[in-house]
Design a protein around this ligand. Structure first.
Ligand SMILES: O=C1O[C@H](COP(=O)(O)O)[C@@H](O)[C@H](O)[C@H]1O
Length: 258
């Protein structure tokens, strides 16, 4: 099944599209039992995601049930300007800091990854079945090199945790060099994933995702159930097939996986 595509003319339109998507997903998830786990990315995503989230109706922002976690993090303290979590904490009201799954950065990188995995399993259980996570909603970004989270071309992530949910990267081509990241396996078991991608330098990555070209991590990270939505601006959409092209249709229905 092809991903659902939303092309926006500007940030305001993209925020509205994201707000509508979040509204639909939260309405569904709030009707189900348990904790709602939303994975988010750093880089350019925090401001636009935060605007869209807080544009949702207040009755959907049930902070007793929603927990937000980083799909990757730089190996820096959360007060460092490079910290993805730190960026969100600066954008969220301080009284909501508790909704973020803590990333216990310590002086041992592998231990940091293991402790993060423990936190994810403890906070997002019991929805997690067995050893594979079932994250409710993932918001992924990508770089012009096709990386997503901190999964870079060249298979640089090392698996150091008991369940393989979280890996470590020590030679990131994008500074800082050292990071922790959700693994491909944990990203691919998501119930719903969405990419937020803007700018012409990433148009080839958007096309790779559309074409299921698994030479790039961003395309390799699409969920097994094919429930994937792309939020792109016009520049990032420029390599997609034209609206009326035959390439667009793909009637394969999504795998039942929820
Ligand atoms: O370093 C990172 O890069 C990607 C993409 O960032 P962007 O600024 O090009 O959108 C981001 O998704 C990831 O979370 C971050 O750690």
């Amino acid at each position: 099944m092809r991903p659902e595509i939303h092309v926006s003319g500007d940030d305001v339109e993209m925020v509205t599209q994201l707000k509508n998507y979040l509204t639909k997903r939260l309405k569904y998830l709030l009707d189900m039992p348990g904790t709602i786990g939303i994975g988010v990315s750093g880089g350019s995503m925090p401001p636009i995601f935060t605007k869209a989230l807080f544009a949702c109706d207040a009755d959907l922002l049930n902070w007793k049930r929603i927990r937000i976690f980083m799909v990757d993090e730089r190996y820096v303290d959360k007060d460092d300007e490079q910290s993805n979590l730190g960026t969100y904490l600066k954008l969220f009201p301080p009284e909501l800091a508790y909704v973020f799954v803590p990333i216990p950065i310590c002086n041992d990188l592998s231990l940091t990854a293991r402790l993060y995995e423990d936190n994810l399993r403890r906070i997002l259980l019991p929805e997690q079945s067995g050893t594979s996570p079932r994250f409710d909603l993932l918001f992924l970004g990508c770089g012009p090199d096709g990386h997503t989270a901190s999964l870079f071309p060249g298979d640089r992530a090392e698996h150091v945790t008991e369940y393989g949910w979280v890996g470590v990267v020590q030679d990131s081509p994008k500074p800082p060099k050292t990071r922790i990241t959700l693994s491909f396996a944990s990203l691919k078991f998501a119930k719903h994933s969405a990419f937020i991608i803007t700018g012409a330098p990433k148009a080839h990555v958007v096309r790779a995702i559309w074409d299921r070209d698994n030479t790039l991590p961003a395309s390799m990270a699409r969920p097994y159930n094919d429930r994937l939505t792309l939020f792109v601006d016009e520049a990032a959409a420029k390599s997609l097939p034209s609206r009326d092209s035959s390439e667009e249709s793909d009637s394969r229905s999504p795998q039942p996986f929820d």
